[in-house]
Design a protein around this ligand. Structure first.
Ligand SMILES: [Zn+2]
Ligand SMILES: [Zn+2]
Length: 177
């Protein structure tokens, strides 16, 4: 996802509207592979705001996740805000000037900025903290292992609430005195 910024970087105040696509089939989150169910679409406005170029917009993605309770795969739509500042690293830049700008902006050289890494980071930030096929997913029975979304079992009825079982052993102990 390379963007030509040759003109933009020369004209303070200028802005560009961009629509980009990322056609890969998967991205990586550490060692985990995340399947992209359709091309990632990126809508951005790039603006020359002086020493830096500000890119702002949205990233739309559709990923395949596995439910953390029942392990079923499901699709999840991500619409995440994108904002990054880039600054042209020139040879004549003093180290201190560059250092100050680098705290908020990412450096680039030449006439192109590659947005791939920052777009992938944006997708990862838009992922749910906990992947659930449905908020009410019941997952597996932790006693007999059936998928409780598809089958019923009788384990729960005989299972005591752990708080109650503490109480019941409390009464048992006191009763024996
Ligand atoms: Zn589930
Ligand atoms: Zn069960």
């Amino acid at each position: 996802m390379k963007v030509f910024v040759g003109d933009l970087s020369k004209h303070p105040g200028m802005s560009l509207d961009l629509v980009l696509n990322y056609q890969k089939e998967k991205i990586y989150f550490g060692r985990d592979e995340i399947k992209l169910l359709k091309p990632v679409e990126v809508e951005l406005t790039a603006k020359n705001i002086g020493r830096t170029l500000l890119f702002q917009g949205k990233v739309h993605a559709k990923v395949e996740l596995s439910c953390s309770r029942c392990l079923e795969k499901f699709s999840f739509k991500i619409k995440a805000p994108y904002q990054e500042e880039f600054f042209l690293l020139r040879r004549e830049d003093q180290e201190e000037t560059a250092g100050v700008i680098l705290e908020t902006a990412r450096p680039y050289r030449g006439k192109f900025i590659d947005l791939t890494d920052t777009v992938i980071e944006t997708i990862l930030l838009g992922m749910p903290m906990k992947a659930l096929c449905d908020e009410n997913c019941m997952g597996f029975c932790n006693i007999c292992g059936v998928d409780l979304n598809k089958e019923n079992c009788n384990c729960r009825e005989s299972e005591l609430d752990p708080r109650l079982s503490v109480l019941s052993s409390f009464f048992k102990n006191n009763g024996s005195n």
